[in-house]
Design a protein around this ligand. Structure first.
Ligand SMILES: *C/C=C(C)/C=C/C=C(C)/C=C/C1=C(C)CCCC1(C)C
Length: 238
């Protein structure tokens, strides 16, 4: 591809380029959400500021990656898998930190936080191996990733984290419950994207869908939604 083509590809977007469009609008949405979280942060009690700061960091890290992914897609017309997973490996552990931060007052320990961070890293590394390194074995890597995902779901819905939330009660318990729903329903969007983008027994079911569009929609819902739940918690307990 010569430099002129690069220039043309990067500045002109076809009206049917849903991947390009969702990278573009995703980038904008993440930037706007970051401004919102950062600017509102100081209007809250100091005990919520770190949580709101982390909400803003999650969308800000995503905004920067979306900027690069949008460019990469425009230049090469290929999935920016590497940037995608670098984004996730920074932001998903931060989402685990959010659980810890809101449950800290109820007695959450660092070991709970590290357990969730570790599980999320296992989930993402195995997903990357299946998507980018060993695509012929995508099914088995996807299965390993799915197991780590289910342990996270178990931990927050039924394990130690859920008990702490019940003990905290009130607005904290309500926020915890909503975050749990994001992880169960919102995060389930990602394995669908994976099945759309890799080969396996599932290809007949999900093969017609576009992996990047699914991931982009998932990111907007989960990253901005998660942050807003934490924001709402800070408002409710002001
Ligand atoms: C902001 C980014 C988020 C919340 C990303 C979450 C990603 C996942 C929950 C990915 C999960 C996967 C599986 C459960 C199996 C197939 C491989 C993955 C990595 C797509």
């Amino acid at each position: 591809m010569n430099i002129l083509n690069l220039f043309v590809d990067a500045t002109k977007m076809a009206s049917t380029d849903y991947v390009g469009f969702t990278f573009f609008i995703g980038c904008m949405a993440m930037m706007a959400a970051s401004a919102f979280f950062f600017l509102s942060m100081n209007s809250f009690d100091s005990k919520w500021r770190t949580s709101i700061l982390v909400s803003g960091l999650i969308t800000f890290i995503a905004a920067v990656h979306y900027w690069y992914m949008r460019d990469y897609w425009a230049a090469f017309g290929e999935s920016p898998t590497f940037f995608r997973y670098v984004d996730w490996i920074l932001t998903v552990p931060l989402m685990c930190v959010e659980f810890y931060l809101i449950l800290k007052a109820a007695g959450a320990t660092k070991s709970l936080m590290w357990k969730m961070i570790l599980l999320s890293i296992v989930m993402l590394v195995t997903g990357y191996l299946g998507e980018a390194v060993y695509p012929a074995q995508a099914q088995i890597w996807g299965l390993f990733s799915g197991i780590a995902y289910f342990i996270i779901v178990y931990e927050i819905w039924m394990g130690g984290a859920s008990k702490l939330a019940a003990a905290a009660g009130g607005a904290v318990q309500a926020a915890h419950k909503t975050l749990c729903k994001f992880v169960l329903i919102g995060w389930a969007i990602y394995p669908i994207g994976y099945m759309a983008g890799t080969e396996g027994w599932y290809s007949g079911i999900f093969g017609g869908l576009d992996m990047d569009v699914i991931y982009n929609v998932g990111d907007a819902i989960n990253k901005i939604g998660f942050g807003l739940v934490v924001y709402q918690l800070a408002v409710d307990s002001k």
